[in-house]
Design a protein around this ligand. Structure first.
Ligand code: TEU
Length: 568
């Protein structure tokens, strides 16, 4: 099993519980809502469900701020509901992977409450407490222990009046960073992970797990021209002890277990070279990582709030480098979407005229690469970005903090900030799942916690599950192909037509068996010249997103057309 792990032929589906299905009529999704919709996931054919956090939480960052790792938040249900959901998932032959958020806790977690009780607290060292900068009085501007900015705008430091010290928070001020240098912290986390595995879960998606090890002196970062804060990234991403920590975690949690588990580390800023180390099975760290390169290609010089368009060439070039980089040892995870990213059909596709074709073409080029594909809820029915009218539609702390900082502190015109939010905000992915052409898209009978996308009458699961030409039916075919075709789950990857400006083409090879993937990722027709085209004359067409019959390999692709062929 070590040499041929089960997840090579698996597809993972991410559920964002808050927005999936509301069973108890309070406007917020919940565990029973998920249980009631498992048919949808079983029909899609996915093997694993990854659940975004459902633990007790004040909800400052939609559950990524956890106040009790071993309780279910009441808005989602109870531990009994959880056990029932896990049993339902297992009885359908699927697995459940939990979100592990241990770079930080909530400031309302008992660990932090204890730590904040004073400098003599036995848990003081569980978090990063530091005195004000020398020569400054605590709380005054510039007194922060270093110049790092938070991912959610503002300083990464929060002043604590009672002790006169600051604590570090790379994300919201309600998400203090745990001090992984402290072995008690690590032990407490491993105990908690073991508790969930003993309960029957099948693995973990590990939130920002490449940020766990900080350079303990926490040096100032370089301040880019025009930036308000220094860049701490070099001092906390892939920090000095990160590999040691992940190896220790693997040993203490999975070392003595038999079974089929999955671990995936979410790692913003990770390079291919880093990922080789993190995912080489002989190093016993994680099975695969979420890298961010392809979802950064449309960030301008000012970062994610300065969006530009990414070229097809940049996209395929980036994917191909990751495919090549992890070809020998290690493994890729493949994703377009999650709860932090805008919807792919709006981002890299065309959510107007070519909505169906672009959603399916983008799915094709992603799913048939070497790696484990992840589908984010709603992606399988081609859900789009939200037409936010104004700032009142947004709920996400990152979006709201950015808006406040840009408008109030930097004096940017509100319309300009809104324009970027409409393109990039995480809330684009967090609108309720569109189940049916019913009030609130069938998500809830109450007022939903975030508005439903008005296009639910046109884009919904109910209509698509009955339509063999739907985006949903196409995703079913892609999932089935990964299960049935070993050249896709196990074959090598070779990029073709590297210089072509719009066609993403590649070959997957396992011994004599070859799969050819072709997709034109723009809204105008394209021609191409395939090397050794004769060899494909009698190839078997296995999938296509235009028309009923996939044509031969003929050097032409229509707007957003995707074709897949197999030969022996
Ligand atoms: O995200 C980490 C991350 O680096 C980014 O994707 C982040 O969400 C932001 O968009 C940076 O611009 C993880 C979770 O997926 C995210 O939902 C949490 O907010 C974050 O960690 C903190 O736990």
């Amino acid at each position: 099993a070590e040499e041929d792990p089960w997840w090579r032929s698996a597809v993972v589906y991410q559920v964002y519980p808050q927005s999936f299905a509301d069973a108890d009529g309070d406007g917020i999704g919940d565990l029973r809502g998920i249980s009631q919709h498992l048919d949808h996931l079983e029909e899609l054919g996915v093997d694993v469900i990854w659940l975004s956090p459902i633990y007790a939480s004040p909800g400052d960052d939609n559950g990524y701020d956890i106040s009790d790792y071993q309780q279910i938040d009441p808005i989602y249900g109870t531990l009994d509901d959880f056990d029932q959901l896990l049993a339902d998932i297992h009885s359908r032959g699927m697995k459940l992977v939990m979100d592990l958020v241990v770079n930080h806790t909530s400031d309302e977690h008992p660990w932090f409450v204890e730590s904040a009780s004073g400098p003599d607290s036995p848990k003081r060292d569980w978090y990063w407490w530091r005195a004000p900068r020398e020569g400054f009085a605590g709380g005054e501007p510039g007194a922060e222990p270093n110049n790092w900015g938070s991912f959610f705008s503002g300083s990464a430091w929060q002043y604590d009046q009672s002790s006169g010290e600051y604590f570090l928070h790379l994300f919201s001020r309600k998400q203090p960073d745990l001090n992984w240098e402290n072995p008690e912290v690590r032990g407490a986390v491993y105990d908690m992970m073991n508790w969930w595995l003993d309960r029957g879960v099948d693995g973990f998606r590990m939130d920002v797990v490449n940020l766990l090890s900080k350079v303990p002196s926490l040096p100032d970062g370089v301040v880019a021209p025009g930036a308000l804060y220094g860049d701490g990234f070099p001092f906390y991403a892939q920090g000095p002890r990160i590999h040691e920590f992940l190896q220790e975690m693997h040993e203490r949690v999975f070392g003595h277990r038999e079974g089929a588990f999955l671990t995936v580390g979410e790692m913003p800023g990770v390079t291919v070279e880093d990922a080789q180390l993190f995912t080489d099975p002989s190093r016993r760290e994680v099975d695969m990582v979420f890298q961010f390169e392809h979802v950064g290609l449309d960030h301008g010089p000012g970062g994610k709030w300065d969006p530009r368009s990414a070229s097809v060439r940049d996209l395929k070039e980036s994917f191909a480098r990751w495919q090549d980089g992890l070809a020998e040892a290690g493994w890729n995870s493949l994703y377009w979407n999650n709860h932090d990213q805008p919807r792919v059909v709006s981002r890299f596709g065309d959510d107007g005229e070519h909505w169906r074709e672009s959603a399916t073409a983008l799915a094709t080029v992603l799913h048939l690469q070497r790696g484990t594909p992840y589908i984010y809820q709603g992606e399988e029915i081609g859900m789009t970005n939200m037409p936010f009218a104004d700032i009142t539609g947004f709920r996400d702390i990152e979006s709201l903090n950015h808006y406040a900082e840009a408008v109030q502190l930097r004096g940017v015109a509100p319309d300009a900030v809104l324009a970027a939010l409409r393109i990039m905000s995480r809330d684009n992915a967090r609108t309720p799942f569109q189940w049916a052409a019913e009030p609130n898209a069938g998500f809830t009978t109450a007022e939903p916690w975030i508005p439903v996308n008005p296009n639910f009458d046109r884009i919904n699961a109910d209509a698509q599950r009955r339509d063999p030409k739907s985006v949903f039916a196409y995703y079913q075919a892609l999932v089935a192909l990964r299960h049935s075709e070993r050249a896709i789950s196990h074959g090598s990857f070779q990029l073709l037509l590297r210089e072509h400006p719009t066609v993403f083409a590649y070959l997957r090879t396992l011994e004599a068996r070859q799969v050819l993937v072709l997709a034109n990722l723009v809204g105008t027709a394209a021609t191409y010249e395939l090397p050794e085209a004769e060899a494909w004359e009698d190839a078997e067409p296995v999938l296509g997103n235009i028309g009923a019959n996939v044509p031969r390999v003929d050097g032409r692709l229509g707007p957003w057309e995707a074709q897949v062929f197999v030969r022996d």
